[in-house]
Design a protein around this ligand. Structure first.
Ligand code: ADP
Ligand code: MG
Length: 514
């Protein structure tokens, strides 16, 4: 029996089909004829779906779309000559779209004694899906299809691995993060490369965490749903025309995007390009930063780098607004803290906002908060008082924290701490500055001691103190203080010492007649 087996013969067609099966090919589209009919039959026998089409061009379009949708190349099976010529349309389209595809064409016979293994397939699969995806052509001579070979003489190459995931250089990631952070009118353009990269979850996170407006290209639609509030498709021309920073996620600056040139864009718009294809970077425009790598991986890098950065006013107020009870009293004082806070924090009831007032007085906040807490206690038990203070403003009457503790008033004090009046400097710069000189000679007058632990003032009197540096810590401490109705608490929120970024609303897109 053993020797029988060793003489078992198998056709070239079956070997081809098995080689494709080994490469996880699931779908084959084509128009059969001599000599490729046997390949289609053999493929079907092995469980590869064969869809016979009416023209090779449509077959090839279908196979390339399967590649885009599944990430593994679809196969298009054609005869030589006219068959292949018809398939060329699909191959060109697939290459232009950066979609993986394998076209197998049967050509005329050639004298060949043994066939050996189909080395071509792992290579074809690899080059169709690695790097920038695209079309591959494998030419199979007719006599290969009909030839009988000894089963034992065939060794199938194992399935080629999924493409390795590449990440962008760290310095480029940081630079991109800082450009986006300082943008006045940023815009993400989401292309079909992002769709192919399965980057939907990471990009949605980036859109939401940084509150960035986005514009999908035709096939980038749906990566983040079209009905997302940050989708600016309805104002496409304006979005392109007025953006000062544009991040390209798998979208090329070709005719679809007006080549990235004025008048459709600002002449000095900063492009941040994310692409897996190095040759694409810097095409048509000179980008501010290029991020060479897989879109999903690079977006995650951006999200991670963002986490380690200090928060700014908008991040802080966004999270506060999210958790504030609608009926609470909001007391506020400070410079930027009060100004920016007023635009973000909502009031729903009259007489529920108390701030520096007509006289612009700093130091009123804690007294106001104590009054509001007493009134609330007597007339609206359970109603909360939130006191949002700049770090300088807090200092004007910080000792009233003792009063709050003495009378057990569950006030929530939020100190938005940027190390100074208007703004300060970070701890390292402060140390550097004081290396050889006294603070009174070199320290800018608006600086306060960096990283002061104001929350310890609250803790000193038995209230609850929190020191927070990240959005996650802020969310968590807010939740805890809102749950605790028994005592006052102070959340010391560290933000960027120099951070006064513009609001990320999208009025710049909808303002008419501009
Ligand atoms: P659109 O037509 O949606 O603007 P394009 O076809 O112009 O999209 O651009 C798609 C880009 O996506 C190509 O430049 C391609 O190199 C890139 N791309 C494809 N897959 C990935 C990936 N996994 N990571 C990064 N870039 C990718
Ligand atoms: Mg494009």
């Amino acid at each position: 029996e053993r020797s029988d087996r060793s003489e078992e013969q198998v056709s070239g067609a079956k070997v081809i089909a098995q080689a494709l099966k080994t490469q996880n090919v699931e779908y084959m589209f084509g128009v059969v004829g001599i000599p490729v009919t046997e390949i289609a039959i053999a493929a079907q026998e092995l469980g590869i779906r064969y869809i016979g089409m009416r023209n090779e061009q449509a077959a090839c379009y279908a196979a390339s779309a399967v590649g885009y949708l599944t990430g593994r190349p679809g196969v298009c099976l054609v005869v030589s000559g006219p068959g292949l010529i018809h398939a060329l349309g699909g191959m060109a389209n697939s290459n232009m779209n950066c979609w993986p595809l394998i076209v197998i064409g049967g050509s005329s016979e050639r004298n060949q004694e043994t066939m050996g293994a189909f080395q071509e397939f792992p290579q074809a699969v690899r080059s169709s899906i690695y790097g920038r995806p695209g079309a591959c052509y494998v030419d199979i001579p007719a006599d290969f299809v009909t030839l009988q070979v000894n089963v034992n003489s065939i060794k199938y190459k194992e399935c080629c691995m999924p493409p390795p995931v590449s990440m962008a250089e760290t310095s480029a990631v940081c630079m991109a993060a800082s450009i986006i952070r300082n943008a006045k009118q940023p815009l993400l353009i989401i292309g079909k490369g992002a769709a192919y990269a399965h980057a939907e979850e990471s990009i949605r996170k980036l859109v939401e965490q940084c509150k960035l407006p986005f514009l999908p290209t035709p096939m980038g639609k749906g990566v983040v749903p079209d009905n997302h509030p940050n989708c600016v498709s309805a104002a496409r021309s304006r979005a392109l025309q007025f953006a000062d920073v544009i991040v390209l996620f798998g979208a090329r600056l070709n005719w679809i995007l007006h080549f990235g040139l004025p008048p459709r864009y600002q002449p000095d718009v900063k492009f941040i390009q994310v692409d897996i294809c190095a040759e694409e970077l810097g095409n048509n425009v000179r980008p501010a930063v290029t991020l060479l790598g897989d879109i999903n991986a690079v977006t995650k890098q951006e999200l991670a780098s963002k986490k380690s950065l200090p928060m700014n006013y908008y991040t802080v107020f966004y999270h506060i607004q999210e958790q504030l009870p609608r009926d609470c009293f909001v007391v506020s004082e400070g410079a930027n803290t009060m100004d920016i806070g007023r635009t973000v924090l909502q009031n729903y009831l009259p007489r529920h906002r108390l701030d520096a007032g007509t006289f612009g007085t700093m130091g009123v906040g804690l007294g106001f908060a104590i009054a509001a807490a007493l009134v609330a206690k007597d007339r609206n038990p359970g109603k909360r008082v939130i006191c949002v203070e700049g770090d300088s403003a807090f200092g004007f009457s910080g000792m009233e924290v003792e009063t709050m503790c003495r009378y057990n008033l569950p006030i929530i004090l939020l100190v938005v701490n940027n190390n100074g009046i208007y703004h300060g400097v970070d701890k390292d710069s402060w140390k550097e500055m004081l290396k050889c000189q006294d603070a009174s000679t070199v320290a800018p007058p608006m600086c306060l001691l960096p990283d002061s632990h104001y929350e310890q003032v609250m803790a000193a009197f038995g209230g609850k103190g929190y020191f927070v540096q990240t959005p996650e810590e802020l969310q968590k401490s807010l939740r805890q203080t809102l749950e605790d109705t028994t005592k006052p608490s102070l959340i010391n929120i560290m933000i960027e010492p120099q951070g006064t970024r513009k609001a990320q609303d999208f009025h710049w897109l909808t303002r008419s007649n501009m």
